[in-house]
Design a protein around this ligand. Structure first.
Ligand code: ZN
Length: 314
């Protein structure tokens, strides 16, 4: 469940995605309405897939926010307006299957590890770049959740002292300088100070510049767009190198809307910057690549999550 859409699928490791369901996240007045929307999604999926109920092992839910998978409590999910909410308990009253919840980036990273580019990885970092920047880590094949289940908050590493204000309330965070939101903010600023750009029409019309729009500006060699995307790649490469120096991982998988739209342009630039800052021995055999799973990564992530918590094979 995200801020804009609810994406669901019936999956198993043999057949992959058997049935899909997608709908816009409802505008809610009280949190329990999310529970209704989610149980509707499960019902609709069951109907469209014609899978017998006794073959469903679990319902796994990804949440954009801090989540304790053991207690089923959402600490804070700002995009959903949820705080201190025991969603697992609520869902269990409506959905008669075991319910598991996980942070959405963790879930996507599990998907990448077991069904995407991470299959051969032992130690993996996944970074998703779009509206914000999210990250998650796998060590020795297992998701690292941290002491209070908040590990992987790569987006809030401070990269620029006194830099732009971040959604978290601090300044100069990684996502405040290198996410799509940050790039678009900087492009808008340049356009407003009369730099020539094909994106001017969007700024004048106060239209949102999405990843795809940004990508076509870069591809048509729009100087302002290229400049700010390149600056972001330099920072991304540097942050990834710092993390690789600390953790000595073997695989970095990049995903998210911005990478999906600008994969061929950004990944080589990120690698170039990465090389400048990484230690030689750390870089040995380290692979950096763009995920091919897109939004499906989190859907696949349900399989290893269920296997981990329920001790079953899905
Ligand atoms: Zn921040």
């Amino acid at each position: 469940m995200g801020g804009t859409k609810i994406l669901a699928a019936a999956v198993n490791s043999k057949q992959g995605i058997i049935a899909r369901y997608k709908k816009a996240t409802p505008n809610i007045k009280k949190p329990d309405e999310y529970v209704d929307a989610l149980s509707d999604a499960v019902e609709a999926l069951l109907k469209s897939s014609s899978i017998p109920k006794n073959q469903i092992a679990a319902v796994c839910l990804g949440i954009p926010g801090s989540v304790n998978p053991l207690t089923g409590r959402i600490g804070l999910a700002p995009n959903l307006g949820l705080k201190n909410y025991f969603i697992k308990e609520k869902l269990e009253q409506k959905i008669k299957f075991p319910i598991l919840i996980e942070n959405d980036v963790n879930l996507g990273t599990l998907g990448v590890k077991y069904f995407g580019l991470g299959k051969k990885a032992r130690n993996l970092l996944a970074v998703f770049i779009g509206t914000g920047i999210g990250g998650a880590m796998i060590f020795d094949g297992k998701l690292y959740r941290g002491s209070t289940y908040t590990a992987g908050e790569i987006g809030h590493i401070t990269v620029q002292k006194g830099g732009p204000l971040c959604g978290c309330g601090k300044r100069g965070c990684f996502e405040a300088v290198a996410s799509r939101t940050a790039i678009v903010r900087d492009i808008t600023k340049d356009i407003k100070s009369n730099k020539r750009s094909s994106l001017k029409q969007f700024v004048s019309a106060r239209q949102k510049i999405k990843s795809k729009t940004l990508a076509s500006a870069v591809k048509s060699n729009d100087k302002v767009a290229v400049k700010h995307v390149e600056a972001a790649c330099e920072i991304i490469g540097r942050v990834l190198a710092n993390i690789a120096n600390l953790l000595n991982i073997d695989t970095i998988v990049l995903g998210g809307g911005l990478i999906e739209a600008l994969n061929h342009h950004m990944v080589p630039l990120i690698k170039k910057s990465f090389k400048k800052y990484v230690l030689k021995d750390t870089a040995k055999g380290l692979k950096i690549a763009a995920s091919k799973l897109g939004d499906d990564a989190a859907l696949f992530g349900g399989i290893p999550l269920a296997e981990e918590f329920l001790n079953i094979k899905v």
